[in-house]
Design a protein around this ligand. Structure first.
Ligand SMILES: O=C(CO)COP(=O)(O)O
Length: 260
């Protein structure tokens, strides 16, 4: 089986302006050594307005940090005021686009059909989706976390080919654990991440499923990441609040390496 390189992605959400972004990425780059980057992939996911600054810094200083956007339009171009296309993001050197984050689903009423259209748009322009799935508290309390997350995966991947899916990143983010300090236990994370990989093997095949990185997200910090990373189907973390502190984010990347 192909070894999966752990991915640690910092989702800054609506934090850090473009000047703060430069300072932040410089601190990350300074703290992470070449050896760290050999063991894991480190990504930042800043607001759109920061991307050009991050690109200039990463290119100019030849940093091994990769970056991406927190959302993408399902359309390629045209009269879609306020939208940012996958082609524009690709031109800025983005590797990733987060798609279907629970905050988009919740505050912008994004459903599976739109999430699927965004995934297809990302692939048309060689961006890798970080596809977010995960259940809210009532679904978890009713024991429906696996069925819910697998259904979101199915909805998002309609018409996605095996070749495209091989580069996919999936993030399991239980909504009740996001920004609450309420981290899922390693077993909770493994239960759903394992089921997502089984489903990916059914949708595509075992080799494709084995290549796909599945991240856990929700109140990840340096003091809980090791337990989560020890799980066989967890290949990294999508980190919100703790990624805003460069020293803490670097620690998370290191703990992941140690336990991965
Ligand atoms: O939503 C998240 C990452 O996308 C998780 O956020 P927190 O790490 O702040 O809980």
């Amino acid at each position: 089986m192909m070894a999966r390189t752990p991915l640690f992605a910092g989702n800054w959400k609506m934090n850090l302006n473009h000047l703060e972004a430069i300072n932040h990425v410089q601190k990350l780059a300074f703290s992470l050594t070449g050896k760290d980057f050999d063991a894991v992939e480190v990504a930042v996911l800043p607001p759109f307005t920061d991307l050009r600054s991050v690109q200039t810094l990463v290119d100019g200083d030849k940093l091994r940090i990769v970056y991406g956007a927190q959302d993408v339009s399902p359309h390629d171009s045209g009269a879609y005021t306020g939208e940012i296309s996958a082609a524009m993001l690709a031109k800025l050197g983005c590797t990733y686009a987060v798609i279907g984050h629970s905050e988009r689903r919740q505050y912008h009423a994004e459903g599976d059909e739109l999430v699927n259209a965004k995934v297809l748009a990302a692939y048309r322009h060689s961006l890798t989706p970080i596809l977010c799935v995960g259940e809210g508290l009532p679904v978890r309390q009713a024991g429906g976390q696996v069925a819910h997350s697998v259904a979101q995966l199915d909805g998002a991947l309609a018409k996605v080919t095996a070749e495209q899916a091989a580069s996919l990143v999936v993030a399991y983010e239980p909504v009740w654990a996001i920004g609450t300090g309420e981290v899922a236990t390693p077993d909770d994370a493994q239960e759903v991440c394992g089921a997502l990989r089984v489903r990916l093997a059914e949708l595509y095949d075992g080799d494709v499923a084995a290549a796909i990185r599945i991240l856990y997200g929700g109140s990840v910090k340096s003091d809980n990441v090791a337990g989560i990373m020890a799980m066989p189907d967890v290949d990294g973390a999508l980190v919100g609040g703790a990624s805003l502190d460069p020293a803490e984010f670097v620690k998370i990347c290191r703990f992941g390496e140690l336990s991965g």
